[in-house]
Design a protein around this ligand. Structure first.
Ligand code: 9Z3
Length: 312
């Protein structure tokens, strides 16, 4: 068995399944089955950061910056493009539709009338639009949440495997910010680390690269899009290309931490020239989101993939 194989299998042997795993997998399975019968497309969108616990009874954990904007905004555009969406997201990160209300207090938006409470006049138009969209698409949206890296990987594996039934109708859009480092369960203390023990040194192990089994074993016929995050622009294209060469999936979308809302670089495995998507200032000011353009672009690529897959 190759070392990579051993690593990912060992990870699942050493880290137990998340709470409510079986119930969630049942829900995911049902969505995939119904979509396969009706020949509908399904997008798995992963979103938000993954925590790395330092203790089994977790008081402290390592986290990352991701707010879930990319994933939650993309979910809305995939729904509008006709996809069923499985939204695998970090608990309490941004969610489709409700994300538009984050940072505002609901109490400032409602008014008390003698008989009932209503949405205040100046919020009516926005709330009507949002609620209409939510109600139109909610039956096409399954939301499943995770906290830790290990919970995320268990649910990713299960969802990808259940999506096999969809063949090329399945699209995986891996926007979650996945930790590269973790503490294996066998090396994790059971109880809260005591400061009386003095300064803390941590040794983190590398997380096995799950894209390898994902592409070859779990969802071999799905259209797979991963994201590559860098902070150094000079590395972005090379790193995106390296990832494609290594895992042989379909698209890597490169983005930089500080410009991720206005610029991405799409690299495809057919080695054609990378494609840039850049939002103009005027587009940004008028409320256009880069995710609308990313999803529009991917929809066309997925159409082609599906057409070739059927005949190929
Ligand atoms: C991304 O690069 C996402 O676009 C962001 C979105 C996390 C930057 P926000 O949630 O941010 O809108 O605040 N996601 C993928 C990051 C990642 O972990 N990629 C791994 C890698 O680069 C593996 S696929 O190696």
């Amino acid at each position: 068995m190759a070392q990579d194989d051993l690593n990912w299998k060992t990870f699942f042997e050493e880290n137990s399944k998340p709470n409510h795993y079986d119930e969630n997998v049942k829900l995911i399975s049902e969505v995939c089955l119904q979509a396969a019968i009706k020949k509908l497309r399904v997008a798995l969108i992963t979103s938000g950061g993954t925590t790395v616990p330092l203790e089994k009874n977790t008081v402290r954990f390592i986290d990352n910056f991701s707010a879930g904007t990319r994933g939650s905004a993309s979910a809305e555009y995939f729904l509008e493009a006709g996809y069923q969406v499985i939204f695998l997201h970090r608990s309490k990160s941004l969610e489709p539709y409700s994300r538009h209300l984050v940072g505002r207090s609901i109490f400032d938006m409602i008014e008390i009338c003698p008989e009932n409470i209503i949405v205040g006049e100046k919020h009516q138009a926005e709330m009507r639009k949002l609620t209409e969209k939510y109600q139109r698409y909610k039956s096409n949206l399954l939301m499943i949440s995770f906290n830790s890296l290990s919970d995320y990987l268990w649910l990713l594996q299960a969802t990808a495997q259940k999506m096999q039934i969809l063949g090329p109708l399945a699209l995986l859009y891996l926007a979650a910010a996945v930790s590269d480092f973790y503490i294996p369960a066998s090396q994790m203390p059971c109880h809260k680390i005591q400061s009386s023990g003095g300064p803390l040194s941590l040794s983190l192990q590398l997380v096995p690269k799950m894209l390898a089994p994902l592409v070859t074993l779990w969802a071999p016929n799905a259209f797979i899009v991963s994201f590559k995050l860098e902070t150094n622009e000079a590395l972005l294209e090379t790193k995106a290309k390296e990832s494609l060469e290594k895992y042989h999936h379909h698209i890597v979308i490169g983005n930089l931490l500080h410009s991720r809302k206005v610029y991405v670089l799409l690299v495809d495995r057919n080695n054609s020239a990378p494609e840039e998507i850049r939002l103009a200032d005027s587009e940004l000011e008028s409320g256009i989101e880069i995710e609308s353009k990313i999803v529009e672009n991917l929809k066309i690529r997925h159409d082609n993939y599906y057409a070739n897959h059927k005949t190929g």
